[in-house]
Design a protein around this ligand. Structure first.
Ligand code: TXA
Ligand code: MG
Length: 329
């Protein structure tokens, strides 16, 4: 396909109006959310939804998250219940995606849910994402704005490097504050609430609102996030986790106070959070993996990261980055 001239739009009123027009006329617009940049398309337009898969080189069977401006709009597309209402009230707009039964009259392109009867939906908190969704008015299907198999973009330059020439526009929205993708929860009738993907909202915060523990996704789970490739987040270099000894040839991605990991002759090349703050580490994660990857080392060694709060999402993404390539979860 002939390369497109990808416009970079400033996120002022005129840029947002132009970006909404690109969506209305069946184009692809990358935009910032508080988690990562999304590659947005009109979720009712089969043709442009198909172009998302083409632009990302993404396997067709992986369904997309629909982004909307309000709960009222969300309810036009999914069967809404008391628990969805409670979670939405507590966490929307924000880094939480709910998977709910799709309404029969949703009018969405079937490609959005990859033919599944359930739909993933969220209201993003980033002001520019909200402005774009309000200006457009309808549902926007948006996966992370990276070529399939690469790290999610947390800055517009990552999007330009990965998808420039393949999409109509990028709405400049600055660096993403949360830095890892949204937490995905499955809410199906007659089924326990299930964690489908750890992400920017901690499991503990969700459980505090629900007043009970949520289930983890099982192998046989009907909601098993379809086609989640284990290597989804892979940088080009190999990744080694829980590294307590660092070899000379390795790039070192540290976590926590450096005196705690000293006794070593060298310092980490980058430190996700010198104070051991998991929220800061999540925000830095993909940006630092991008940076280390551009240092053209062959192996990235990562210090141990606690598996609590956002540490679960960070460890999950790092495990995917470290997995042997082309393994399917
Ligand atoms: O933070 C985010 O969630 C970002 C921003 C742009 O919103 N989006 C994002 O989308 O991470 P994506 O496509 O990269 O990841 C969406 C995940 C996929 O693993 C997909 O399998 C799962 O959501 N998913 C989508 N629809 C689903 C459904 N109906 N049932 C189960 N899993 C679903
Ligand atoms: Mg993605």
């Amino acid at each position: 396909m002939k390369p497109l001239n990808t416009q970079v739009l400033q996120a002022d009123q005129s840029g947002i109006t132009q970006a909404a027009q690109v969506l209305q006329t069946g184009g692809l617009v990358a935009f910032a959310t508080e988690t990562v940049y999304g590659l947005g398309a009109d979720a009712c337009n089969d043709h442009v939804v198909a172009r998302i898969f083409q632009a990302k080189g993404r396997p067709q069977f992986n369904p997309l998250i629909v982004h909307v401006a309000s709960v009222e709009i969300a309810r036009q597309y999914v069967e809404w219940g008391a628990e969805a209402q409670r979670l939405a009230q507590a966490f929307w707009p924000g880094p939480l995606t709910l998977v709910l039964p799709m309404r029969k009259d949703s009018g969405l392109s079937p490609l959005v849910s990859a033919g599944l009867p359930n739909l993933a939906i969220r209201i993003p908190a980033h002001p520019q994402a909200q402005a774009l969704l309000s200006a457009f008015g309808g549902p926007v299907a948006a996966p992370s704005a990276n070529p399939s198999g690469q790290i999610s973009p947390t800055q517009s330059i990552h999007v330009r490097n990965g998808l420039g020439g393949r999409i109509e526009a990028i709405l400049e929205g600055g660096p993403c504050q949360v830095g890892v993708e949204s937490t995905i929860l499955g809410l199906l009738p007659n089924h326990p609430i299930t964690m489908l993907r750890h992400g920017g909202l901690a499991q503990e915060d969700i459980e505090a609102v629900l007043g009970r523990a949520i289930s983890q996704r099982g192998e046989q789970d009907p909601l098993s996030a379809p086609g989640q490739l284990l290597t989804h987040y892979a940088p080009n270099a190999a990744v080694r986790l829980n590294a307590t000894e660092i070899a000379e040839h390795e790039l070192w991605l540290g976590f926590g106070p450096e005196d705690a990991i000293s006794g070593k002759a060298r310092k980490p090349d980058l430190n996700l959070s010198p104070t051991g703050d998991l929220t800061e580490a999540a925000a830095n994660l993909f940006g630092y993996l991008h940076q280390l990857d551009s240092m053209s080392g062959t192996c990235i060694a990562v210090s141990p990261i606690p598996r609590t709060g956002l540490g679960r999402a960070i460890n999950d993404r790092l495990q995917r980055a470290a997995a042997p390539r082309d393994v399917v979860l």
